[in-house]
Design a protein around this ligand. Structure first.
Ligand SMILES: Cc1ncc(COP(=O)(O)O)c(C=O)c1O
Length: 369
């Protein structure tokens, strides 16, 4: 006898990361598919986690997040964005940005509500919307510069729209949204009374002096934006799964209502260590950028020399590269070939598009550096 998955998850399949990582292991390929650092974060942050474990900080944390950590998150928002956030009513610690996204989406969407998702997307957005009973509306970024077409975006908003999910700096294109694009999103959110989830997990991975703009800081957006950050991405501890949501009190209540029954709380010793991470000085952030910029420059030139059509990322640790110059027009075929025959694993970006726009991703491969 066997049981079938519930209808709400039956269409999801296995994530492309699991498949490509498996293929990479099987063929002993260099794995540039899944996005995580190939180094550990700061030694003092590791030491803080170990000290917390040895000090007996091993039982459940407060559901909303340890008070010291919420204070440190508020200080970080003030330090980098001059953003005011009340640690008691506007900050929630979650088990990675992935949980923050899920708790936010399930906490605010009602069945039948529409959620605008910009493509290519981080692959949990659409499943989260579907699990909440919402209806995804997809708006693709347009190559070669991955711009948002103002008319396409404007047409996606209507009186059923409850939510838009924005990701800047953007995985997988490496795009950093401009002030005017964010202003257009803000204007439409205000016009249609829509909530924005701003996934800013790559806020500290920026190149060529590019500035990251926090959507919540635009006029009229503070009261309608949930900003999501990841300790894993900013401090290179992706396996610890610590993230946070900053949102006005009414939206924070919605996030917390879901969060308390999704994970209840995140790992206690890692929350103590995250307080230490958030106190690192400016040189920590400068060094992070220098290291990633060296890797970006190395991989962009290696891929260009190999004949791919590379878009140079302004942020994140991903590169989208066009595969057509090598005679391929299908990303999955190319990524399987590259893993098996060349020994390098990449991700086929069609996985980051809806069926409606899948063809747009087929001419690229995504590499992580
Ligand atoms: C755009 C984006 N959002 C969220 C996440 C997940 O972050 P976390 O590891 O904190 O759950 C990722 C990880 O790859 C990502 O690329």
């Amino acid at each position: 006898m066997s049981f079938s998955p519930a209808s709400r998850v039956s269409t999801f399949g296995t994530t492309i990361f699991a498949e490509m990582t498996q293929l990479a292991i099987q063929h002993k390929a260099i794995n540039l598919s899944q996005g995580f650092p190939d180094f550990d974060g700061a030694a003092e942050v590791k030491a803080a986690a170990i000290a917390a474990i040895n000090d007996g900080k091993n039982q459940y944390a407060i559901s909303n997040g340890q008070p010291d950590l919420r204070k440190a998150i508020a200080a970080h928002a003030k330090r980098f964005y001059n953003q005011e956030a009340n640690p008691d009513t506007e900050i929630t610690v979650v088990s990675g940005a992935t949980e923050g996204l899920f708790s936010s989406i399930i906490g605010i969407l009602n069945p039948g509500d529409e959620a605008i998702i910009i493509e290519p997307f981080y692959d949990s957005y659409a499943p989260d919307v579907i699990m909440a009973g919402g209806v995804p509306r997809y708006v693709p970024l347009r190559a070669p510069d991955w711009h948002l077409d103002p008319d396409e975006l404007t047409r996606a908003f209507n009186n059923k729209t409850k939510l838009i999910i924005v990701n800047t700096p953007h995985n997988p294109t490496g795009k950093v949204f401009s002030q005017s694009e964010l202003q257009l999103i803000a204007d439409l959110c205000i016009k249609w009374n829509v909530i924005a989830i701003s996934d800013e997990v790559y806020e500290h991975i920026l190149f060529d002096d590019t500035k990251h703009i926090r959507l919540a800081q635009l006029d009229g957006m503070r009261e309608r934006t949930i900003t999501i950050s990841s300790h894993g991405k900013s401090f290179s501890f992706t396996g610890w799964k610590i993230g946070w949501c900053i949102a006005p009190p009414d939206l924070t209540i919605a996030v917390r209502r879901a969060h308390q029954f999704v994970t209840f709380a995140s790992g206690t010793p890692f929350q103590h260590a995250a307080v230490n991470a958030l106190s690192l000085d400016d040189e920590y952030y400068a060094a992070l950028i220098r290291d990633y910029q060296t890797k970006r420059d190395f991989l962009t030139s290696a891929l260009s020399n190999a004949g791919l059509d590379v878009s140079i990322p302004k942020g994140t640790y991903f590169i989208m590269a066009g595969i057509q110059p090598l005679g391929f027009d299908d990303d999955v075929t190319f990524c399987r070939y590259l893993t098996k025959e060349i020994g390098v694993a990449a991700i086929p970006p069609s996985a980051f598009y809806s069926d409606e726009h899948k063809a747009l991703g087929k001419r690229y491969a995504r590499f992580a550096f």
